[in-house]
Design a protein around this ligand. Structure first.
Ligand SMILES: [Zn+2]
Length: 192
């Protein structure tokens, strides 16, 4: 039975590394995985998933208007696909998460999604909200705060290292940085 997985975490928990390792494992067994990533994440160039420890792989891009069921159905009809890996899945829309459930339920291909649970304001991303709601398996990838506790929150800081308490959910470009911290240090950073 194919299933949908949501691997979620704060920043810098090794999501892309875990995704690329899964892709490698499938290929090693002679299987054919497909990787997608969000078109808005162009840190490492268009159409690539890169991990901080140096691994990288080509990827298809999804945009807000991409119909992922149709895209994957077409790829699968050209050549059998054994697994779909989605990086930056917090940027999926509700419709796209639904389309991915159809990939699992109608095409019987497992879908593994990797992304952030919440933004720097502690709010769920749209993609994460529906993945938490509809995925078969929820798997937390853990990372730690500077104090050693589990980091489940993300702080956005400006170029001086000060925590930012408002702004758009997605900041493209600019000098903002993201730091993963525990909830207590999140509150402290925002002066709560
Ligand atoms: Zn802490």
């Amino acid at each position: 039975m194919a299933q949908m997985y949501f691997y979620y975490s704060a920043m810098n928990a090794g999501k892309s590394t875990t995704l690329l390792q899964s892709s490698f494992n499938y290929q090693e067994r002679g299987m054919n995985p497909v990787i997608f990533t969000a078109a808005l994440d162009d840190r490492y160039g268009i159409g690539k998933v890169s991990s901080r420890i140096g691994l990288q792989s080509d990827a298809f891009l999804f945009k807000p208007e991409t119909d992922l069921f149709k895209a994957i159905e077409t790829l699968n009809s050209e050549e059998k696909r054994h697994c779909i890996l989605i990086d930056e899945c917090q940027f999926l829309s509700k419709e796209q998460v639904y389309q991915l459930t159809e990939v699992v339920d109608k095409l019987h291909i497992p879908v593994l999604c990797y992304g952030l649970r919440t933004d720097f304001l502690g709010e769920l991303f749209e993609g994460s909200k529906y993945l938490l709601s509809w995925a078969d398996k929820l798997v937390e990838l853990k990372t730690i705060c500077h104090c050693g506790r589990k980091a489940n929150m993300v702080i956005r800081t400006d170029e001086h290292g000060n925590a930012i308490a408002q702004g758009d959910q997605v900041a493209i470009g600019g000098n903002d940085r993201y730091v993963s911290v525990c909830r207590q240090h999140y509150k402290e950073a925002l002066g709560q």
